[in-house]
Design a protein around this ligand. Structure first.
Ligand code: SF4
Length: 238
């Protein structure tokens, strides 16, 4: 197990005064399951990721980089209005027009080029078919997605889990913040360390991975914010 995971949870975490780590926590597997159960009990099943089709989910995963979801929704509404939420139609549209339509999501020129980079690979290697792309096994699909300009680990894993329905754990800033404050990982834990923590301790179950990530989003957005509201936190005592 990486040194970035902690089993005793008692170490002081530099740079974060909001620590809720336990002095004598149970083994990590039990702890991760207990955290999920408490979050599920508090927030209910999250039905994440919002999107009417795998392609819409891919577009959302790229557009949500460095911006709030409400901005992505406006960009997606614009694309829907122009009937551009299909690989073929989006491939045919000029990059400049695409950028204009996704402007509400921020970094719109860059994100339009990222969408086009994804589509270029999709059409060059898979005849424009998501079904063909998703025939790859999870490691090959992940490495194909990571080879595309503008797709990093979080975006690739979101696409694999929510659009391709394959088991991979998505790690985002909320996940890292909560785990750091719980004393489960160190501040310098890498994406791969946190992903491995979940994948090696939990059953590789698509529904569980799907909803666990969504529960962290709910906790990070509503309670474990930059200034956490610990009094309302369902996992404070775990
Ligand atoms: S909100 Fe919850 S997870 Fe976040 S610091 Fe407070 S008790 Fe810990």
């Amino acid at each position: 197990m990486s040194e970035n995971f902690r089993s005793n949870g008692a170490k002081k975490i530099a740079g974060d005064e909001h620590i809720c780590a336990l002095k004598n926590p149970p083994p990590i597997k039990k702890r991760l399951i207990a955290i999920y159960d408490a979050l599920l009990n508090h927030f209910g099943y999250r039905h994440w990721w919002p999107g009417d089709s795998p392609f819409e989910i891919i577009v959302g995963a790229i557009l949500t980089q460095n911006t709030a979801w409400k901005n992505v929704e406006k960009a997606i509404d614009n694309l829907k209005r122009k009937k551009l939420l299909s690989p073929k139609r989006m491939q045919q549209v000029e990059t400049e027009l695409l950028a204009e339509l996704i402007r509400p999501a921020g970094y719109y020129n860059q994100k339009a080029r990222k969408l086009k980079a994804f589509l270029n690979v999709l059409f060059e290697n898979y005849c424009g078919s998501l079904d063909e792309l998703f025939k790859l096994d999870t490691p090959k699909l992940r490495s194909e997605l990571l080879s595309i300009w503008g797709i990093g680990e979080e975006t690739a894993d979101s696409i694999i889990l929510y659009a391709a329905f394959k088991p991979t754990f998505v790690v985002d800033a909320y996940t890292k913040r909560i785990l750091t404050r719980k004393g489960i990982v160190d501040n310098d834990a890498k994406y791969a360390d946190i992903k491995q923590l979940f994948e090696s301790n939990l059953e590789r179950n698509i529904k569980l991975f799907n909803d666990y990530h969504a529960q962290f989003v709910a906790l990070g957005k509503n309670i474990c914010q930059k200034v956490p509201i610990c009094g309302k936190c369902p996992i404070r005592s775990l």
